[in-house]
Ligand binder design. Sequence first.
Ligand code: HEM
Ligand code: HEM
Ligand SMILES: [Fe+2]
Length: 477
Amino acid sequence: MASNHLTGIGRESKQLATWYFTFAAILFGAQLLFGLVAAIQYVMPAFLFEVLDFSVARMLHINALVVWMVFAMFGAVYWLLPDETGIETVGIKIGKLLFWVFAAAIVVVVLVYLFIQVGPADEMSIWFIHEGREYIEAPRWADFGIVVVALGFVANLFLTGIKGKQTGIVTVLMADMIAFSGLYLCGMFFTDNISMDQYWWWWVIHLWVEATWEVYVGALAAYGLITMLGAHRKVVEMWLWIEVTMLFGSGILGLGHHYFWIGTPEYWWEIGALFSALEPLPLVAMFIHVLYDWGKTQGEQDAQGKEVSVIRNKPAFTWFVLNAFGNFLGAGIWGFFHTLPQVNLYTHGTQFTSAHGHLAFYGAYATILVGMMYIAIQGTNGIKVMNHTKSSIWAVSLLTGGMMGMTVALTIAGYVQVLVSRAQMGATWAAYFDGQSGIWFAQAMDWRLIMGVVMFAGFALLAKDFLTTGKAPVHQR
Ligand code: HEM
Ligand code: HEM
Ligand SMILES: [Fe+2]
């Protein structure tokens, strides 16, 4: 990715962005590999037993997920910042230094997860091994490192935003990234009371993915529509403000849908039900927004009256459109399915949750971040109009087809659990195991594994495309 057609204002910031994207792409591959290990263990429980147990493979899978996305998110901000503000990012030298600090810390953390794996469950483990908090397991020393890196990142963004042109996109990002970084603190302290611990942990997990990350995606989509389609900034930014209002309006109190069964007061049932049920609305708005802008640019003509395609980066645009669909489906529809307490009573913690988790993370975030990587490849290679290659088409099809297949398999497995473990047998210990021993469940786990292999093939092609696309003169016009 790090070729050198980057010139002019923002060259340094964009170079830093490509570093972030490269590291993110590598971690994405690692995430899939550990997911495959965990999926094999569902089918063959003895696989890598006592070498890389399920709990460790799963931890690596979902922590790599969060970290690659955060890297790609930082990268995308460093990429778009000079375009939006018209100036080079302020403090870029420190920004670059912090990248290395961040990357080195992550490498150490991953090595510890891989080779030390578990500690004696005391303070030492929390400081040096991991914290036992799903998705954000980083040990405390790394937590402090991450805080320093995040502060540097936010400072870069703010100083640049204040000095340069302040577009709506930059303003939204400034507010959003402060909240996004600040929330991380809620996952850093330890309490002996498990309800309290979960209470704060959800401030990070839920308020990230259903508030701050979604707002971030809105800003990114706005930038993408302007860059790829030449959409009108005024219209795009008007949509953006509407989306931000709706996302925060529903997402913040929607937090209540995680407070149904963890020992928090019962008023959360009503609050969670009401506000989280509203959460799909902004996702519909985001969906319409992308299609609307796309539609508006169809049928444009050149000077000779010939219809021209105005999409300047086809692979990126494909991923952005998938984002609009995927966000709506994975977060909006699959999320809504189980968000009412009456339903969640049956579905809570089943494979249904996993189906939603997979499709939502993929649809809402993986897609748009891969799209941004394509925009960066176009920029770094100085390509005017970027077309699909065979690999880019296969990559997007296999990854997305695999993810859809996996979602269907997990939904079926979840359905079996709801029916057997919850409805028929009443959520007893025995019911938990019965729900997972039937043929429907077992077959669904086989299919999840097969679909995982399909996804991995898609990833291999994506990596190949990243490394080769733009180098071939065919794409340059
Ligand atoms: C892109 C946005 C979203 C992402 C990435 C996401 C991801 C996830 C993940 C990974 C979990 C499992 C957490 C765990 O390990 O316990 C989860 C749980 C849940 N999500 Fe989402 N989600 C999103 C949006 C939504 C929306 C919009 C709704 C509702 C309308 C929703 C409803 C729920 C509910 C009710 C649970 C709890 C499931 C349970 O009780 O087991 N999510 N989400
Ligand atoms: C090769 C493809 C993949 C395979 C084989 C795979 C497999 C798995 C397995 C076996 C688990 C543990 C489930 C459990 O505890 O019951 C898991 C959890 C999870 N994976 Fe994946 N995964 C893959 C790709 C992805 C992708 C692309 C994403 C997101 C973009 C993702 C997000 C998650 C999340 C959020 C969880 C936690 C879900 C929950 O606890 O509700 N995975 N995955
Ligand atoms: Fe949530």
